[in-house]
Design a protein around this ligand. Structure first.
Ligand SMILES: CC(C)(COP(=O)(O)OP(=O)(O)OC[C@H]1O[C@@H](n2cnc3c(N)ncnc32)[C@H](O)[C@@H]1OP(=O)(O)O)[C@@H](O)C(=O)NCCC(=O)NCCS
Length: 178
C-alpha cells in the first residue's frame, strides 16, 4: 500500500515532504530534462538507472542523518510537483549545503528563493547549524543569485563533488545564539 509521508515544512506557496520510491516518476521527469541538468552531472540528463540509484540514496538519507535530506516540493495551491530542495552534507566535507532543483516550467517565479530561505532558517533555528553553504557551477548565475537572496555570500572558489565550484556561505547570526 502507498504511504505518503506528511508535509513537514510549509512556506507561503510550497510544501515539502520526504520522497518515497513511489515518487520515482517525478525524479525521472526532473533529471531527464537537459535544461535542468545544464550545470549538473556534466550537463547530461540522467538515465532511468542513474535516477533509480539517486532515489535509493535519497530515501536512505533520512534515517542516516535525521533532520537532513532531499525533500519533494509541491505547490500548496493544487498540489503539483515542482522539484526538490535539500539540506545535506556536501561531499567530500561535513559542511551542510542548501540546494534545489526545479522543473523548467516552474522557473522564474521565486520558488527557489522561497524554499532556500525556509531551509536556511530551519537549518539555523531548528538544527542549530553554525554555517550553511551553497555550491554552484560558475556559469549557473540564477542559482548564485538565489543563494545570495537566501542570505549566503560569495566566498570565491571551492572544491566539492570533485569539481571546482563557486562557494557561497552564511553563518548563524550571533544574536540568534544568545
Ligand atoms: C536555479 C533554479 C533553481 C532557479 O529557480 P527559480 O525558481 O527560477 O529561482 P528564483 O525565481 O527564486 O530566482 C532566480 C533569480 O535569478 C535571476 N536569474 C535568472 N537567470 C539568471 C541569469 N542567467 N543571470 C543572472 N540572474 C539570473 C532571476 O532574475 C531571479 O532573481 P530576481 O528574483 O532578483 O529577479 C532553477 O533554474 C533550476 O532548478 N535549475 C536547474 C537545477 C539547478 O541548476 N540547481 C542549482 C544547482 S547549484
Amino acid at each position: 500500500m502507498k504511504r505518503t509521508p506528511p508535509v513537514w515544512l510549509e512556506t507561503l506557496r510550497l510544501e515539502l515532504r520526504e520522497f518515497t520510491p513511489d515518487d520515482i516518476g517525478d525524479l525521472v521527469r526532473l533529471d531527464g530534462d537537459p535544461r535542468v541538468l545544464k550545470y549538473i552531472n556534466g550537463g547530461k540528463p540522467m538515465s532511468k538507472r542513474e535516477t533509480d540509484t539517486a532515489m535509493r540514496r535519497v530515501t536512505r538519507y533520512y534515517a542516516l542523518y535525521p533532520g537532513l535530506g532531499v525533500w519533494r516540493a509541491s505547490l500548496r495551491d493544487g498540489g503539483r510537483f515542482i522539484g526538490w530542495y535539500c539540506l545535506k552534507y556536501c561531499p567530500p566535507t561535513t559542511e551542510v549545503e542548501v540546494g534545489y532543483r526545479l522543473l523548467h516550467a516552474h522557473w522564474g517565479r521565486g520558488y527557489a528563493t522561497e524554499g532556500a530561505r525556509a531551509l536556511v532558517d530551519y537549518g539555523f533555528d531548528d538544527l542549530g547549524l553554525g554555517r550553511i553553504i551553497g555550491v554552484t557551477h560558475p556559469g549557473n548565475k540564477a542559482s548564485q543569485h538565489v543563494l545570495q537572496k537566501a542570505g549566503l555570500s560569495d566566498l570565491g572558489w571551492g572544491r566539492y563533488y570533485d569539481r571546482r565550484l563557486r562557494l557561497f556561505a552564511c553563518e548563524r547570526a550571533a544574536e540568534s545564539r544568545a
